[in-house]
Design a protein around this ligand. Sequence first.
Ligand SMILES: *[C@@H]1O[C@H](CO)[C@@H](O)[C@H](O)[C@H]1NC(C)=O
Ligand SMILES: *[C@@H]1O[C@H](CO)[C@@H](O)[C@H](O)[C@H]1NC(C)=O
Length: 440
Amino acid sequence: MQLTTAVDVLLLFTSLYFISSSSSSPLFPNEALPTKSGYLPVNPATGSAIFYTFYEAQTPTSPLAETPLLIWLQGGPGCSSMIGNFFELGPWRVNSSQSQNVEDLKLEPNSGSWNRIFGLLFLDSPIGTGFSFAASNEEIPRDQLSVAKHLFIAINGFLESDPLFKNRPLYVTGESYAGKYVPAIGYYILKKNLQLPESKRVNLQGVAIGDGLTDPVIQVNTHALNAYFSGLINERQKNEMEKVQWRAVKLVKMGNWSAARDARIEILQLLQSMTGLPNLYDYSKKVPYQTYLVTRLMNIGEVKKALRAKESIVFDECSDVVGDALHEDVMKSVKHMVEFLVKNSKVLLYQGYFDLRDGPVSTEAWVKTMKWEGIEKFLMAERKVWRVNEELAGWVQKWGSLSNVVLFGAGHLVPADQPLNSQAMIEDWVLQKGSFDNSQ
Ligand SMILES: *[C@@H]1O[C@H](CO)[C@@H](O)[C@H](O)[C@H]1NC(C)=O
Ligand SMILES: *[C@@H]1O[C@H](CO)[C@@H](O)[C@H](O)[C@H]1NC(C)=O
């Protein structure tokens, strides 16, 4: 076994040569590389920058300059969009395989990727999140206006980096705490557009929010009833949860944002300890989402190199520093921004049926309080049974520019649970086809 033949040496040499001369490796195959990735500066004076990965449409059905562009923002606050990229809707997802009792990471193509016919841009926002770089903690946004200002600079930087990008129809999408970010940047873009000459405007066409936290005071009040009618808690437990919920609402009315945010966490912890559920993201699951696989993948040097991320950054799934910076923002509502967006573009809300954090009941509760002339018609609109390949995919309710989708068989991370149905949803909504056909 000690003998080394000339062939072995040659093989060793060529494989070393291959690894050192190529940006790809067996773990990160060339086909899995983003079309573009790196940093979009938000403040050239300090160097703070938003990390991005961009994947061009795989099989576009229109010339690229006219092909829709989706932006994805993760929640948290402070969680990385690389979770969305490598665990949910990106073209390659991480999985683990057991070989000789060693757990190996591997990337697998995702047939439900959202870049099948659209360009797809993942942004690690706000700065300090994922691979994004914050020159100082003071520069990390503490409210949605500051989040939007940074995103606006980064998005414009991206759109100007290639003439193919500038005029493409743009859709901002995201999940969970991005229920704040998505309305904030959408609103900011539309307001800016009013002051800009046509050639400088951002071609925003719509926003989509999955399992979002958008109007927290109303949403926080739905946990007890939702759990009770799902059979997860009894009436005595419901009453106990309601007391904490009312405290959260009272704290918001007093403007004590920090204590109100803590009360919300207390409600979720109470529900989890009462039910003993492994997690509230999906009450049908016995095992929580294995997003730690993404963290492990992102901390491998060759992966950082392949993605053009700063190798000195230790990747965290969610940043506590960013979470702390936005502590007082958590309970603040952005509903008025959604009202502006629904009047001036189009809005998709979607939720996984099994989500106990920001699911269907939580969303409908705030939607029905929207100030918008179409809201009565939306609330009376038929909730249509929605099928994909003849199987039940969920339910779609639509009127005018507002659509709401509940996805069957999905939890908080909808595209992770229902890749193909989530793909069908986003494609049909953007292209106004199928259940989203305006002429129907
Ligand atoms: C991960 O791999 C296992 C087997 O190696 C497979 O059963 C499972 O479906 C894969 N998960 C995903 C999300 O593709
Ligand atoms: C907010 O509420 C907490 C808990 O009730 C309390 O300890 C704190 O003093 C309050 N802060 C303010 C600014 O009122």
